[in-house]
Design a protein around this ligand. Structure first.
Ligand code: NAD
Ligand code: UDP
Length: 330
């Protein structure tokens, strides 16, 4: 298949491109480089021996997208292009709605116009709001706490409505839990600009000496050690989930959680990092981060049953590979 990967030079997208190319698919990347670097295209080629076609373009640019869809016979779209900083989305809600929601509309329109029947969308566990874990696809969604989360819920709804009236349109909505780690080659990984918002890149930067210590956001949650619990998923496992979803797509809309089903606390992750790397992360326990939930993890049974997909890597692997990338590329 020829797959268009939007956001393909980004953290998750680059790993998806590698898995697609390794499986013999061809890949076109569209990315405006708002949060990534064109050198990633070279690194994808270095890993796979195959070079994806790259367009530096904005997915909200309908004319440019029309040109790309007219030029290539695209079999499917994996849509990851989007802005993802929760805090920034509160500060700049219109930017987030414009970029993330309009991007989804433009791509769905182009698919319908050009007869592209397969669409995989990167959604997020954030659409479950404060539903209790384990989170299951059939749960009624609860209002996401910020504009970023709203753009995911809105994009899901837009794609459902479009598929409803276009019986050939096959859509998979993939709700990611916490993607971490990097490709074992150490050539691609998560390279946030500025101070990281997320736990794993914060830990690797403390390990590197770029940041003094980890601030643990809250030590008084109703969890075994008082710190927040999340479902961390190796980014290579996540990428493979896209391949599975794409290959099993049928007309209509299916929703899948991509998570391990296992919860890990902040301090457990810190200890796993020491086990993987020998580096002890200095930390102090501070106040909770506003908007954070105590416990978030997936019920991944549907993806296992229907996609024959399940996570292979554990948290020590995730820490080892995240550190390997940080050492190589900073
Ligand atoms: P990322 O920032 O590394 O990748 C996103 C890519 O999209 C970047 O390369 C950026 O330059 C590009 N982009 C943004 N807006 C664009 C536009 N209008 N046109 C073209 N390109 C554009 O982020 P990521 O972590 O790889 O996330 C990929 C997707 O997965 C995002 O949609 C994100 O919301 C979603 N997601 C991420 C997480 C996570 O924790 N990383 C969790 C759930 C969902
Ligand atoms: N966290 C933390 N310190 C940090 C960043 C995150 O203690 O510097 C905690 C956070 O409160 C949550 C977990 O680590 O319990 C994962 O946070 P992240 O932002 O990576 O993911 P999300 O909260 O979006 O699931």
């Amino acid at each position: 298949m020829l797959i268009l990967v939007t956001g393909g030079t980004g953290y998750i997208g680059s790993h998806i491109c590698v898995e697609m190319l390794n499986e013999g698919h061809s890949v076109i990347i569209v990315d405006n480089l708002a949060n990534s670097d064109r050198a990633v295209v070279d690194r994808i080629e270095q890993i796979t021996g195959k070079r994806p076609l790259f367009y530096e373009a904005d997915v909200t640019d309908a004319k440019y997208m029309d040109l790309i869809f007219s030029t290539h016979y695209i079999d499917g779209v994996i849509h990851l292009a989007g802005l993802k900083a929760v805090g920034e989305s509160v500060e700049k809600p219109l930017l987030y709605y414009q970029n993330n929601v309009l991007g989804t509309i433009v791509l769905a329109e182009q698919c319908l116009k050009h007869g592209v029947g397969k669409f995989v969308f990167s959604s997020s566990a954030t659409v479950y709001g404060d539903n209790p874990s384990p989170l299951i696809e059939t749960m009624e969604l609860r209002s996401a706490a910020n504009p970023y989360g709203q753009t995911k819920a809105m994009s899901e709804q837009i794609l459902k409505d479009a598929a409803n009236v276009n019986p050939e349109f096959a859509v998979a909505l993939l709700r990611y839990f916490n993607p971490v780690g990097a490709h074992p080659s150490g050539l691609i990984g998560e390279a946030p600009r500025g101070i990281p918002n997320n736990l794993m890149p914060y830990i690797t930067q403390v390990a590197r000496g770029k940041l003094a210590e980890l601030k643990v956001f809250g030590g008084d949650y109703p969890t075994p050690d008082g710190t927040g619990v999340r479902d961390y998923l190796h980014v290579v496992d996540l990428a493979k989930g896209h391949l599975a979803a794409l290959e099993k797509l049928n007309p209509g809309v299916e929703v899948y959680n991509l998570g391990t089903g296992r919860g890990t606390s902040v301090l457990e992750l810190v200890h796993a990092f020491a086990e993987a790397t020998g580096i002890k992360i200095p930390y102090s326990i501070g106040p909770r981060r506003p908007g954070d939930l105590a416990v978030v993890y997936a019920d991944p049974a549907k993806a296992k049953a229907e996609l024959d997909w399940e996570a292979q890597y554990g948290i020590v692997d995730m820490c080892r590979d995240a550190w390997n990338f940080e050492k190589n590329f900073s």
